[in-house]
Write a protein that binds this ligand. Structure first.
Ligand code: NAD
Length: 437
């Protein structure tokens, strides 16, 4: 199959590289010339484990190439995937579909034969209809088929997720398009990944339902963590105690500083806007969003409380800035709210992140950026574990405690054993650990 991928970001680049690894002939297109130049020079524009090897081996094999020229990329394609961003529209929370619609128009103008256009971007219900209308309006003489094929990969584990998905969702009523999609994903469903054919609108809704449900699990356990702190219970044990029930499942039940990233915050908001438009309130999702917004801010105040109620003139060290480990993505990361609250409270902030420093600088501006966790701790009045990178899981707690001005550890990911931290000389504050601190 010949595939064009429009948009070579986290989703487009990983999907394109994986499709080429299956043996398809893939051109990744992006209008950001610096991204394409980096890729052509063998440099990855994003950090994603394993991506550099995957890209270089497929480029070498002649199955994967990059271009800024959409017309050249689309030439001869059997399927054109749209994997451009769909950020929150400023002010109202609707998904901004301008990139998707612009891509659809460019595809219609550029195509040299009718092809299947596949929306991989996360888009509100009904967007496929609009994409189809744009294609037909721009190139009325072509028989277009528009498919919704939402992506469920997680940043940081994207290649494994793409190659071993729990399911592949394909939304289209068009039999020929179904055949093309079956052919594209054949290497995967031969490995028993279920391929689920649905209506296009249903596929679009499945993606938002999945993200909203996962976000709800996180907000649920985070609120329970607050209660656990008050009643003298340990939320980690509560998570385990409920997660072992198969009906509930253990994933997404880790209490922490709130969800961030490029998907959950914007997708929950966009789903709420769709629900409003159709006069069908989603009260649970609404509460999830509200709880999460409050939580990220509350984590900043939790640090101030751990400093003794005042942050002015105090130094706070942050370990981890990205919204989760193994990515450099800072979009909607809890660190953004924590830094804002700490700045407002007058704290001086030092920070280190293994891969996110560049994006952090762009998002947070000037902080005292350091090169390792021990430098961050030196002279600090509180050390805050914000993102649970592996590199922060086995720190020498005694060394940290001895180098700090006030040995306070705020462990927002519950990585450390409270008793061990206290033994090393640290005053420990976890999340939802009412028993130990
Ligand atoms: P991204 O911002 O990393 O990448 C989007 C890319 O599209 C950018 O490089 C941009 O330059 C390019 N682009 C925009 N318009 C273009 C055009 N007309 N022609 C060529 N290139 C164009 O975004 P992302 O994180 O990859 O997300 C893409 C979509 O996938 C979003 O809808 C997102 O919600 C969804 N999604 C993301 C993830 C994730 O973990 N990041 C997971 C599942 C789904």
């Amino acid at each position: 199959m010949k595939i064009a991928m429009i948009g070579s970001g986290y989703v487009g680049l990983v999907s394109g590289a994986c499709f080429s690894d299956f043996g398809h002939d893939v051109v990744c297109v992006d209008k950001d010339a610096s991204k394409i130049a980096a890729l052509e020079a063998g440099r990855m524009p994003i950090f994603e484990p394993g991506l550099d090897q995957l890209v270089s081996s497929n480029v070498k094999a002649g199955r994967l190439s990059f271009t800024t020229d959409l017309q050249a990329g689309v030439a001869g394609a059997d399927a054109v995937f749209i994997a451009v961003g769909t950020p929150s529209r400023r002010g109202d929370g609707h998904a901004d579909l301008s990139y998707v619609f612009a891509a659809a128009k460019e595809i219609a103008q550029a195509a040299d034969k009718p092809c299947v256009v596949v929306t991989k971007s996360t888009v509100p219900v009904g967007t496929g209809d609009k994409v189809e209308a744009i294609l037909k309006e721009t190139r009325p003489n072509f028989a277009w088929a528009v498919v919704s094929n939402p992506e469920f990969l997680r940043e940081g584990a994207a290649i494994g997720d793409f190659k071993r998905p729990d399911r592949i969702v394909v939304g289209t009523e068009d039999a020929k398009a179904q055949d093309v999609m079956r052919e594209i994903y054949r290497p995967l469903y031969l490995n028993a990944a279920p391929i689920l054919f649905t209506g296009r609108r249903t596929a679009e809704l499945i993606k938002y339902a999945a993200n909203a449900f996962l976000a709800t699990k996180i907000s649920f356990i985070n609120e329970l963590a607050d209660l656990a702190e008050q009643v003298g219970a340990d939320v980690k044990d509560v998570s385990r105690g409920i997660g072992l029930d198969n009906r509930i499942g253990s994933k997404f039940l880790h209490a922490g500083p709130g969800y961030g990233g490029s998907c959950f915050p914007k997708d929950t908001l966009a789903l709420l806007r769709t629900a409003e438009e159709y006069g069908t309130p989603l009260r649970i999702v609404h509460a999830t969003v509200e709880a999460n917004d409050l939580r990220k801010e509350a984590m900043g105040h939790k640090v101030v409380a751990a400093l003794g109620g005042t942050a002015r003139g105090k130094r706070v060290g942050l370990l981890g800035l990205t919204f989760k480990p193994n990515t450099d993505d800072m979009r909607d990361a809890p660190a953004l709210d924590i830094v804002r609250v700490l700045r407002e409270a007058g704290a001086e902030i030092a920070a280190y992140d293994p891969e996110g420093m560049e994006q952090a600088r762009a998002a947070l501006g000037e902080l005292d950026y350091r090169h390792n966790p021990y430098d961050v701790a030196a002279g600090a009045d509180a050390l805050v574990l914000v993102t649970e990178w592996d590199a922060f899981r086995a720190l020498d707690l005694k060394r940290l405690a001895e180098s700090m001005r006030t040995p306070v550890l705020v462990d927002l990911r519950n990585v450390y054993n409270p008793a061990e931290a206290e033994k090393a000389g640290l005053t420990y504050h976890g999340v939802g650990r009412g028993v130990a601190g």
